[in-house]
Design a protein around this ligand. Structure first.
Ligand code: 5GP
Length: 221
């Protein structure tokens, strides 16, 4: 069976957005942790940035990373940019909910304290992390919900990876091989959202988090 035909299966996405938004929210819903993961180049970062822009009622966890900031990235907003020594210290101090080496290079991790604090305060919390990290969170916080962001097809994923133009042919092949393995992890997740359109995917994610979905979403909207 080809990867593309695998992608036509959406066994756990039958729960429609309409069903979710039709469910009245309890007066004081307990905040729940949602984990968004998916293969490389699927657009996790774009979807989570859209959540940050349009749904300020969701708190997006700020990961620590040892990689250097890219132009426009702000310490404390996009990442906590830390030295390898500082990252070591955070891991040794038990401060990471999860962490992983991503793409064989830099380390990324979720600081545990802010996640616990936001959940305790009743704030819906979203982690955008890689698959290794998602598996660690499943071990330590099985009550979290796990969302797999999928490309419309493997061919589309390939097109996005090529279109990005940031990797040479060898690196692209390496990432595509990784993506094939990563796509096979879909069945481990509670729900799949297909990233065919960023706003639609964001709205589906936010709806799955139990929040009201709106065209111009506002706080409490
Ligand atoms: P980038 O360097 O392009 O911002 O992110 C590279 C990868 O790191 C993405 O796949 C992203 O999901 C992942 N990532 C970002 N933050 C974390 C984190 O805190 N933990 C883990 N495990 N992966 C992360």
């Amino acid at each position: 069976m080809s990867a593309a035909s695998d992608l036509t299966r959406r066994p756990h996405s039958s729960r429609g957005l309409a069903d979710i938004s039709a469910t009245p929210a309890p007066a004081a819903p307990p905040a729940r942790l949602t984990v968004l993961a998916g293969p490389t180049a699927v657009g996790k970062g774009t979807v989570s940035a859209d959540v940050r822009d349009r749904y300020p009622q969701v708190w997006l966890s700020v990961s620590a990373t040892t990689r250097a900031p890219r132009p426009g990235e702000v310490h404390g907003v996009h990442y906590l940019f830390v030295s390898p020594e500082e990252f070591d210290r955070m891991v040794a101090g038990g401060q990471m909910l999860e962490w992983a080496v991503v793409h064989g290079r830099n380390r990324y991790g979720t600081p545990r304290g802010p996640v616990d604090e936001h959940l305790a305060a009743g704030v819906p919390t979203l982690l955008e992390i890689d698959l290794q990290g998602a598996r660690q969170v499943r071990e330590s916080m099985p009550e979290a919900q796990f969302v797999f962001l999928a490309p419309p097809s493997f061919e589309e994923l390939e097109r996005r990876l090529v279109g990005r133009g940031t990797e040479d042919a060898e690196e692209r092949e390496r990432r595509l091989a990784t993506a094939r393995v990563e796509l096979a992890a879909e069945a481990e997740f509670d729900v799949t959202i297909v990233n065919d359109d960023v706003r639609r995917a964001t709205d589906e994610l936010v709806g799955f988090m139990g929040l009201a979905v709106g065209r111009n979403a506002q706080v409490g909207g």
